[in-house]
Ligand binder design. Structure first.
Ligand SMILES: NC(=O)c1ccc[n+]([C@@H]2O[C@H](COP(=O)([O-])OP(=O)(O)OC[C@H]3O[C@@H](n4cnc5c(N)ncnc54)[C@H](OP(=O)(O)O)[C@@H]3O)[C@@H](O)[C@H]2O)c1
Length: 353
């Protein structure tokens, strides 16, 4: 299976590490030999139709900061694979997608919830050129999932996005496949690990909001600009993706009523604690299909009440009642494992090696 990998940061590099460490196992268990035939970062691209040397790719990125330096690096003369580096140009995605034979494009550029770029154009370009798509980037889906699913179907390609919700925890697959035959009436969940960590620290250690946010930054759970997380937008993007995929709604992030945790203070948390409750940022799709993200009081004993950076979603279904899935919500390797899951699904659908 030939892959174009767009974005070679935390997730992209972890995907390469995963493919390196699991190559034999992936072939033995799934009969699949994934080959990265092109990769791009913000500064350039490299193409190798027979498959890039993945050790060399990681080393080049580490040493030079861009995959475009692939040709420059020979190691100790150990790399003899054929190669061709591309110069950066504005339309390089278009050029690469048109000229490189590949079954799948993996989109792993930064999430942008304003206009979805560059991910949105990458996804559309790939679909129009008949490439299957796996995206871990929430931006294109949060803003245009109904039309992207339609475009993919029209062009006969598969669009998968396991890593966009729950990192490595298969929340989307659980609802879509494990509850087949049942009917999901509603769901609610904790979809953002950063805000859950902040609220947990306030509750467990009595930290103020600013202290807890600072702690999250030190531990690497919060970005320098944490607004996407604390204003609830990251959770709202995931909720929109779930609502489209699981409930067959045709919605975008603009259909989500969204309130973050900026106004939650330590007094609110301590008051809730006195009554055996906790405050969590809950994303919910209720039985009337109304979508919201907001801080809510929940019972400490509820299965949904997970702490730290964990994610959890409770599905209410017609026959099975309430089911909760809990797991790590993010992480480079966890998200790379979600991409691998999607690759296996694409491979099974296409019967390619
Ligand atoms: N990290 C996680 O735990 C996690 C979990 C779930 C989902 N995600 C999603 O996965 C995506 C990637 O996350 P990440 O953590 O890997 O981010 P990251 O470390 O910031 O990597 C982003 C990569 O995209 C490249 N890039 C930026 N603009 C580009 C452009 N115009 N064309 C080509 N490449 C471009 C960057 O290039 P440079 O290397 O040159 O800067 C970098 O290699 C994001 O959308 C994120 O929301 C991440």
């Amino acid at each position: 299976m030939r892959i174009i990998l767009v974005g070679f940061g935390v997730v992209g590099q972890n995907l390469v590490k995963l493919l390196l460490s699991r190559a034999d196992d992936i072939y033995a268990r799934y009969g699949m030999k994934p080959r990265i035939v092109a990769t791009l970062d913000s500064r350039g691209a490299v193409i190798c139709p027979s498959g890039l040397n993945l050790h060399r790719l990681l080393e080049v990125k580490r040493l030079y900061g861009t995959v475009a330096a692939y040709d420059r690096y020979e190691g100790q003369g150990e790399y003899t694979d054929s190669k061709q580096t591309m110069e950066v140009s504005n339309n390089r995605i278009e050029e690469i997608v048109r000229s490189v034979d590949a079954e799948v494009l993996v989109e792993a550029t930064p999430t942008n919830l304003n206009d979805g770029e560059p991910g949105l154009s990458n996804v559309i370009t790939a679909i129009k050129h008949g490439k299957n798509i796996i995206t871990v980037n929430k931006g294109p889906l949060a803003l245009a999932m109904p039309s992207l699913l339609e475009l993919a179907e029209y062009n006969g390609v598969i669009l998968r996005f396991s890593g966009t919700v729950g990192g490595g925890t298969p929340i989307l697959e659980f609802a879509k496949h494990c509850l087949k035959g049942d009917r999901i009436l509603s769901f609610k969940g904790i979809l953002n690990g950063t805000t859950n960590y902040i609220l947990s620290m306030m509750e467990e250690k009595g930290l103020t909001f600013d202290e807890a946010l600072n702690d999250a930054r030190i531990k690497g759970y919060a970005e320098a600009d944490p607004s996407l997380d604390i204003d609830g937008l990251d959770a709202a993007a995931k909720l929109a993706i779930m609502a489209n995929w699981i409930m067959d709604l045709k919605v975008t992030i603009r259909d989500v009523r969204c309130k973050g945790i900026r106004d939650v203070n330590l007094n609110d948390i301590l008051e809730a604690k006195r009554h055996g409750k906790v405050i969590k940022l809950i994303a919910s799709c209720d039985e009337s299909r109304s979508l919201s993200v907001e801080p809510m009081l929940i019972d400490k004993g509820e299965p949904l009440c997970v702490n730290g950076t964990l994610n959890a979603v409770t599905f209410k279904s017609e026959y099975s009642g309430e089911l909760t899935i809990i797991g790590k919500g993010a992480g480079g390797m966890e998200t790379a494992s979600a991409i691998l899951r999607d690759l296996i699904e694409v491979r099974e659908a296409m019967s390619i090696v």
